[in-house]
Design a protein around this ligand. Structure first.
Ligand code: BGC
Length: 389
C-alpha cells in the first residue's frame, strides 16, 4: 500500500479514537485503494468535531464516502445533512445541497436546510389535534398553525451517536433522540433514530425508527434543498421533474389541506410525465409548495420522483414507502441567506422533496393514519439514488 494511504488510514483511526467511539468503529473497514485513481477513494465513515452549541454540547460531523466519490456529511445537531457531493457526467464532484459551512449557520434561523424534521413534519392546522378524546395544543409557529415540529423541533436538538461504520452495504451512521412527553405539546416519550447509509450503489438511504410509551402522532422527514447543478449555482427552474402522483392535497391560504385530493390532470400541478420545474410555475400562486399523493400509497418502497439537471447530467431518483411527498420550490428564499462558500440563496435556488404523511393528518380522518401507539414500531425509509446521463 502507498505511504499516502497509510497516512490517511492512521489519521482516520486517530480521529475515531480521539472521539472515543472505539467499540463501534472497530467495524470501519477500508477498501483497497485504486492506485490509478487521481484521488484515492475508499468506502469510509469518519467522525470529527463540528463545534459546540451555546450551552456547551459537542456537535459531531460524520462523513460517509463511497468509492465513486459520493460524500455525505451529516451533523449530530438536527441530524442535518450538511452536504452531499455527487459526480456530474464528467465525473466532477459538486455539492448539491444548500446549507452552511459552519455550525453557527445552523444554530440561527434558517428554513430547515438538510434537517431531520419531527415530531411532525409539515403543518398541523390551528396548532392542535384530538387524540383519544383529548385535545393537544402545540406551538403555533406558522401563523395560527404548527410547522415542522414547533419552536424547538428535532432539527434543533443534538442527536446521540449510536453507530458509525462500514458494512457490506456501505458507510452508515445512526443517531438517536428521545423527545419527552409534553415536548412542544405532543403526548408520550418518543424514542427515535435516524440512520443514513451511503451505499456502494450510489444511494443515500435514510431510515427512521420510533417507539412511544403513550399514543401519539409521528411524521419524520428530511428537509434537504437540492440543486443538482451545484448549490448556489442559480435556480432550479430548468431541472426536469417527474412525480409519480396523479393527485395532490388541495390546501387553504394557510397551506392546510381542505381534505380534498384533486387530480393533477390538465393543470400546472401535473408532473406525471417529466417537465421542467419552471415550465408552468408562474401559473401556481407563490410557486410549488404542495403535498402530492403518491400513486403507490404507503407500504412498499416505490419510485416517488425523478429529477434530471441537463447541464450537469445529474439525476436523482427518490424512492419511499411514505404516502406523500411535499414538493417545495424554495419560494421563501429571498437572497437574505448566505450559505456554503459564500453563495447567496435566492428565490427558487433549491427544491425540496420531503417524503412524508400528508399535512394535518392528525385532523383528517380520511388521510392515512399517523397515530403511533405504545408497543407499535414506526419504521420508514427513503432512498435517494444518483446517476448521470
Ligand atoms: C414547507 C414550506 C416552508 C418550508 C420551510 C416546507 O416544508 O412546505 O411552506 O416554507 O418548509 O419552512
Amino acid at each position: 500500500m502507498e505511504a499516502r494511504v497509510w497516512i490517511k488510514l492512521v489519521l482516520a483511526m486517530a480521529v475515531i479514537t480521539i472521539c472515543g467511539c472505539e467499540k463501534k468503529d472497530a467495524n470501519v473497514k477500508q477498501q483497497k485503494a485504486k492506485p490509478e485513481a487521481k484521488e484515492i477513494r475508499q468506502m469510509s465513515a469518519n467522525r470529527e468535531s463540528f463545534g459546540k452549541t451555546p450551552d456547551g454540547k459537542q456537535v459531531d460531523l460524520y462523513t460517509l464516502a463511497n468509492i465513486n466519490g459520493i460524500r455525505a456529511r451529516i451533523i449530530s445537531f438536527g441530524a442535518i445533512l450538511v452536504s452531499l457531493q455527487v459526480p456530474d457526467r464528467r465525473g466532477n464532484l459538486g455539492d448539491i445541497t444548500l446549507g452552511f459551512d459552519k455550525l453557527e449557520g445552523y444554530l440561527g434561523a434558517h428554513p430547515y436546510f438538510g434537517a431531520t424534521v419531527g415530531r411532525y413534519a409539515n403543518r398541523i392546522g390551528k396548532a392542535q389535534f384530538k387524540l383519544d378524546g383529548k385535545v393537544y395544543k402545540l406551538a403555533a409557529n406558522d401563523g395560527e398553525n404548527h410547522l415542522h415540529g414547533g419552536i424547538k423541533g428535532f432539527d434543533k436538538v443534538v442527536w446521540k451517536l449510536e453507530d458509525i461504520g462500514v458494512t457490506d452495504e456501505g458507510a452508515m451512521v445512526k443517531m438517536s433522540y428521545i423527545s419527552e412527553d409534553g415536548q412542544e405539546g405532543y403526548p408520550g416519550n418518543l424514542a427515535c433514530s435516524v440512520t443514513y447509509t451511503l451505499t456502494k450503489n450510489d444511494e443515500l438511504r435514510i431510515n427512521y425508527d420510533a417507539e412511544t410509551d403513550k399514543t401519539t402522532v409521528v411524521n419524520l422527514t428530511n428537509h434537504s434543498y437540492f440543486n443538482l447543478a451545484g448549490q448556489g449555482n442559480g435556480d432550479i427552474l430548468g431541472h426536469e421533474l417527474m412525480l409519480n402522483a396523479d393527485k395532490y392535497t388541495v390546501v387553504d391560504t394557510g397551506l392546510i389541506p381542505t381534505g380534498e385530493n384533486r387530480s393533477v390532470k390538465n393543470t400546472p400541478m401535473d408532473f406525471t410525465t417529466s417537465m421542467t420545474i419552471g415550465s408552468r410555475i408562474s401559473q401556481v400562486k407563490g410557486g410549488y409548495d404542495h403535498n402530492y399523493v403518491l400513486n403507490k400509497g404507503s407500504g412498499a418502497l416505490a419510485l416517488a420522483a425523478k429529477v434530471y439537471e441537463p447541464k450537469s447530467g445529474r439525476i436523482m431518483e427518490i424512492h419511499t414507502d411514505q404516502p406523500g411527498v411535499q414538493f417545495y420550490t424554495g419560494n421563501f428564499l429571498d437572497g437574505s441567506i448566505t450559505g456554503k462558500g459564500g453563495k447567496v440563496y435566492k428565490k427558487h435556488y433549491g427544491f425540496c422533496l420531503e417524503t412524508q404523511h400528508f399535512p394535518d393528518s392528525p385532523n383528517k380522518p380520511n388521510f392515512p393514519s399517523v397515530v403511533l401507539k405504545a408497543g407499535q414500531k414506526y419504521t420508514t425509509v427513503t432512498v435517494h439514488k444518483f446517476y448521470t446521463k
